[in-house]
Design a protein around this ligand. Structure first.
Ligand code: SF4
Length: 72
């Protein structure tokens, strides 16, 4: 059971909240301008916590098995 995480670099405004709330799942890129998925296999609670913290809904979480969009 896995999940797919997409962070839209055109929407992300680099606030770092996702990486602070869920460091197991997200980190900032080297330039600290946009977030990137750190461990796509991270626990769902971490993936969702980071996604929910994003002020611009740049993060999409999808259930890999069913294709169901879990967030937003
Ligand atoms: S919380 Fe959203 S806007 Fe902020 S770094 Fe993460 S993805 Fe980008």
């Amino acid at each position: 059971m896995g999940y797919r995480v997409r962070i839209d670099p055109n929407v992300c405004i680099g606030t770092s909240q996702c990486a602070e709330v869920a460091p197991a799942a997200y980190q900032m890129n080297d330039a600290h301008t946009v977030a990137v998925a750190k461990h796509p296999q991270a626990a769902l609670e971490h993936l969702l916590a980071g996604a929910r913290s994003c002020p611009v809904e740049a993060i999409t979480v999808v259930d890999d098995a069913t294709g169901e969009q879990l967030y937003p």
